[in-house]
Design a protein around this ligand. Structure first.
Ligand code: BG6
Length: 474
């Protein structure tokens, strides 16, 4: 059977430096914001607005060793190659390159590490797709400047971008500016290195930081096009359409407004200007943005080449106050329960058709190529006699890929699909290892016990076939 997907469709998987590398202070790396996030009951508080930026002896910090990709990347990339990966999405840890974020010169050992990783990918014909900031603002920038609330970060980020574009211009042709840029509204610390005091106008701080990131993102597009003319650079959104709970027009309007909270970001990055609804929102919430003289021009001139997003679930909303008391959470987004959907062990609603809806909506909105750069099921696998039978993961992915192919059939232009966490890694939201997404099992538990050995799961062989057949054998 002939596939509807193009011959060079980018099948693969996606990871983030802080969730797999470990080696958190090796070879000159500085601390990242995420390095102070513990596993356990305080995780969410630290994720969103930490009470302190210092270590606490009573906490266990999973990013410090993670799955030790820093020392085992050759073995891991060989396994991805065995599955036939065309693309590997990974992030660069800013603090490996500039340990404090604002240093005058980069750390050569950090630059060398990613050279080696990209060379290893190239050896197998795997295209790297690099996220420039994935939840890892250098901690010193949080302490010294209050994170992205300060415009100075635009310059530091631009300098970091130019450094990595110049260094990797022959090795990396696909880039993403900020992972899930809209997450800053929901988890300001991981999204923007922000800590917000109770008496501050938190919306104003978040949108100011968002504005600074949007300008920085445009400057990254500019620098990327100048330094690597044959590269493509995109934005990245935590997506998932919001359904109205009922056909009551008030619910429909509420859903539209919820979606605008996220599309606000890609509207600016893909179209080049603030949407009209943002102006009204800013007025109503007393948000006054500090802007540089050229900001509007920069946003306008340097829009992204493509729009990428993560998709785990759809969301649902209502105007019924009573129902709004009972919210569940998926990927930090609050939603009322959708009675038509089942949930994962971690309570995330499972909605493959929602992926087709989301793809169509975003494509209708921007008419730019799309890229699904995260999708997957976090589940608690069991290793028995060296085997992991993760049929539930195969089902989740199969159902989503089916809907993705339908969306392409609808006319959506899609560059690729990278599942989240092809090798088990630390969960961003919970800090757990037992919330596993991988095709490759890693022997390590929530508190650092285990051999770190790697095992192929049943889904490993399944995904290999999917890639081989370009999506015709699911
Ligand atoms: C996305 C992030 O929000 O979801 C990843 O970009 C994250 O970093 C993924 O790991 C899955 O979330 P979690 O909390 O299950 O790890």
């Amino acid at each position: 059977m002939k596939s509807i997907l193009s011959e060079n469709f980018l099948w693969g998987g996606a990871v983030a430096s802080n969730q797999l590398e470990g080696a958190y202070i090796e070879d000159g790396k500085g601390l990242s914001a995420v390095d102070i996030l513990p596993v356990g009951e305080y995780r969410t508080q630290y994720f969103c607005n930490p009470p302190s930026l210092e270590f606490n002896d009573e906490f266990f910090y999973p990013s410090h060793v993670a799955i030790y990709f820093y020392h085992r990347y050759k073995e891991d990339i060989a396994l991805l190659a065995e599955m036939g990966f065309k693309c590997f999405r990974l992030s660069i840890a800013w603090s490996r390159i500039f340990p404090n974020g604002d240093d005058a010169t980069p750390n050569e050992a950090g630059l060398k590490f990613y050279d080696d990783v990209f060379d290893e990918c190239k050896k197998y014909g795997i295209e790297p797709l690099v996220t420039i900031q994935h939840f890892d603002v250098p901690l010193e920038l949080c302490k010294k400047y209050g994170g992205w609330r300060d415009r100075k970060l635009i310059k530091f980020y631009e300098n970091y971008c130019k450094t990595i574009f110049n260094r990797y211009k022959d090795k990396v042709k696909y880039w993403l500016t900020f992972n899930e840029i809209n997450i800053i509204l929901h988890a300001p610390f991981v999204g923007g290195g922000l800590t917000i005091k109770e008496d501050e106008n938190d919306l104003e701080i978040k949108y100011q930081a968002a504005h600074n990131q949007l300008v920085a993102s445009s400057l990254a597009v500019k620098a990327c096009h100048e330094i690597i003319p044959d590269a493509k650079i995109g934005c990245m959104l935590a997506a998932g359409t919001t359904y109205p709970y009922s056909c009551n027009p008030a619910d429909v309007m509420a859903a539209l407004e919820k979606d605008r909270e996220s599309y606000f970001f890609s509207d600016v990055q893909a179209r080049g200007y603030y949407p009209s609804y943002a102006k009204k929102f800013f007025e109503e919430n007393n948000i006054k943005l500090e802007m540089g003289e050229d900001d509007i021009e920069i946003l306008k001139k340097y829009t992204v080449d493509f729009v990428s997003f993560s998709y785990y679930s759809s969301r649902c909303t209502t105007t019924d106050e009573k129902m709004l008391q009972n919210l569940s959470q998926t990927n930090i987004f609050h939603s009322i329960e959708n009675p038509y959907l089942e949930k994962s062990e971690w309570g995330w609603a499972i909605d493959p058709i929602g992926l087709r809806v989301t793809l169509n909506q975003i494509y209708d909105r921007y008419q730019k190529p799309l890229f699904i750069v995260e999708n997957g099921l976090g589940a608690n696998d069991t290793l028995e006699n060296g085997e992991i039978n993760d049929d539930y993961r195969i089902k989740y992915l199969r159902d989503h890929i089916e809907q993705m192919i339908k969306a392409v059939n609808d006319g959506v232009e899609l560059m690729g699909y990278t599942t989240w966490g092809p090798i088990d890694l630390v969960s961003a939201g919970s800090g757990e290892m037992k919330k596993r997404y991988g095709f490759i099992y890693v022997d390590r538990d929530n508190y650092g016990n285990g051999t770190l050995e790697r095992y192929r799961k049943k889904s490993f062989y399944w995904y290999k076939k999917v890639i081989e057949s370009n999506g015709t054998e699911l």
